[in-house]
Write a protein that binds this ligand. Structure first.
Ligand code: FES
Length: 537
């Protein structure tokens, strides 16, 4: 499209930042949605310009999209800063795209509206319901155990992505788009609309109209109360462990201090109300039909904060209803009395670790067992199915060198596979500990984000196979039961791995990324919101 000055003279110029890409199946519809957004901008008297941004396609980007979340955040910030835009509509949804786009826009300081891609429709397989991610892990275990044929697996795989849209379980994508709505940066109800529903393009048009009005008003400044609302919603959803890292990073960009401790304090009092996989039974389409996020939020104690809709959160929730009390539970009948996430500390995780106990085995939440240590991901893959591996159902599987630096990029390796010989004996869960992350769609008794990570010499680096490890989720403890003198001796002989060979961006990441408990953002970008640009004459 060609344009000249008269096209936008006097009109608010809106960037439509689009993470559409051929290689991102979760965003296939965003090319159309960008057109809907532009229609809304034109209707309200603004001038829209679409700009592409890196898509961060979760299924294809290796070793982890997490390595590139900060790159998309920087790209978004610099696109918005370097061109003469007055505001932005951001289109994303697949896992890291939501935090990255919002981090960049917050750092830039322009008004913005976030348009969530929306979840896929419900999928079916042989008369049952399939949930993306969660059922992949379930059937993969069956395949490894020899209880599923390759043909059955192929058929299941061909059924599981049922439409455009992001994963339709309560994985990281659904968690973070809900968090964005709870932050007040998406229109009310936007995050629950399935991508293929006719309400989705209508929401995109309305977002385009709304940004023009937002540019003409004061915009919305994110406060501590906004972030507490987002945490409360994530906990009530049984949301992804990844939300802890992303919300800390997003708050850092807004200049709002957010600690792991606050997640845990809220988790003690917020019940899990959403009966969604992997913690519960249903999928996002069921959630939408049951009243969606507005229905859920109407049952939660939230701060009344300004939102991009132009109304406060309480006004947005007026008239919200729940139509199915099994999908969105009443407070008196929760799926779990506490929030879905717990923050652990102890001698093995002095700076914290995270577990999604709503998707773990209740019988393993208090457990003492001997460690089976894997030095890194390659070592784990080489030995996990070795028939001679000294492992029992009581063992605690430990993976190190999988953190922000050790991975690098904290890949989603934290749901270590159950050794085949135990799978075949009927074992379906074990205590697993790592400095990695795990997919939000995954489940099991997996302690993640152990900080400091092993690569920098955190206690995880000192564990040896056979050491006893104690997990106590209700007491919020994770301890290595080795005496101090022995640990001191191991520490004095420990040496850091050599730094891997790296190119440009990887070097920037390696030199500046913070630990998991600090959000894995770049240290020089914390609190960077609203830095004024010098005037150009
Ligand atoms: Fe994109 Fe799950 S693969 S959200």
């Amino acid at each position: 499209m060609g344009f000249d000055r008269e096209d936008f003279a006097g009109k608010p110029v809106v960037a439509v930042v689009n993470t559409w890409s051929d290689i991102n199946p979760c965003h296939t519809h965003l090319r159309d949605r960008a057109e809907s957004v532009k229609r809304g901008v034109w209707q309200a008297g603004g001038f829209p310009l679409e700009i592409p941004a890196i898509s961060l396609s979760e299924p294809f980007m290796k070793p982890s999209t997490m390595l590139y979340r900060n790159l998309l955040a920087m790209e978004t910030e610099e696109l918005l800063r370097s061109y003469p835009f007055d505001g932005a509509v951001l289109l994303g949804g697949c896992d890291k795209t939501t935090p990255a786009l919002i981090m960049g826009a917050v750092s830039c300081g322009l008004p913005f509206v976030y348009v969530p891609a929306g979840p896929m429709l419900r999928a079916s397989y042989r008369g049952g319901v399939l949930g993306s991610g969660s059922d992949v892990w379930k059937y993969w275990a069956e395949l490894r155990a020899g209880r599923l044929t390759q043909e059955e697996w192929d058929e299941m795989e061909s059924r599981i992505a049922s439409s455009p849209g992001h994963c339709m379980t309560m994985g990281t994508a659904s968690t973070m788009t809900a968090a964005a709505e709870a932050l007040g940066v998406s229109l009310p109800g936007a995050s629950s609309i399935p991508a293929a529903d006719s309400a989705h393009p209508r929401m995109a048009v309305e977002s385009g109209r709304r940004i023009v009005e937002l540019i003409r008003s004061d915009g919305v400044e994110l406060s501590a109360e906004h972030f507490e609302n987002a945490i409360t919603v994530v906990l009530a959803l049984g949301g992804s462990t990844n939300a802890v890292i992303h919300l800390i990073a997003m708050a850092g960009r807004a200049g709002v201090p957010l600690s792991l401790a606050r997640f845990d304090e809220l988790s003690r009092s917020v019940p899990v109300l959403a009966n969604l996989r992997p913690s519960g039974a249903y999928l996002m389409q069921d959630f939408f039909e049951a009243g969606g996020l507005r229905g859920l939020m109407s049952r939660l104690p939230l701060h009344d904060v300004p939102t991009v809709s132009g109304s406060s959160l309480a006004e947005n929730l007026r008239g919200a209803s729940v139509y199915d009390d099994d999908v969105i539970r009443r407070v008196e009948n929760p799926l779990l009395a506490e929030g879905g996430l717990a923050i652990l500390r102890g001698s093995l995780a002095p700076d914290g670790a995270v577990i999604k106990h709503s998707a773990a085995s209740a019988s393993l939440l208090s457990h003492v067992g001997p460690a089976v240590v894997f030095e890194d991901y390659d070592d784990m893959n080489a030995r996990i199915d070795d028939p001679d591996l000294d492992v029992t159902p009581d063992s605690v599987l430990v993976l190190r060198h999988a953190g922000p630096l050790g991975g690098p990029g904290m890949p989603e390796w934290g749901m270590l596979p159950i050794p085949k010989k135990l799978l075949r004996a009927g074992v379906s869960d074990m205590v697993r500990i790592s400095d990695a992350r795990m997919s939000g769609t995954s489940y099991g008794t997996c302690v993640l984000h152990v900080a400091p990570e092993s690569f920098v010499g955190g206690p995880l680096a000192l564990v040896r196979s056979g050491d006893m490890i104690a997990l106590d989720v209700s007491g919020r403890r994770l301890d290595l039961l080795v005496d101090d003198a022995e640990l001191d001796a191991r520490r004095s002989s420990w040496t850091r791995r050599p730094r891997p060979a790296m190119r440009g961006y990887e070097r920037l990441f390696f030199d500046h990324v913070t630990q998991a408990n600090e959000g894995c953002d770049f240290d020089f970008l914390h609190g960077a919101g609203g830095v004024p640009e010098p005037a150009i004459h």
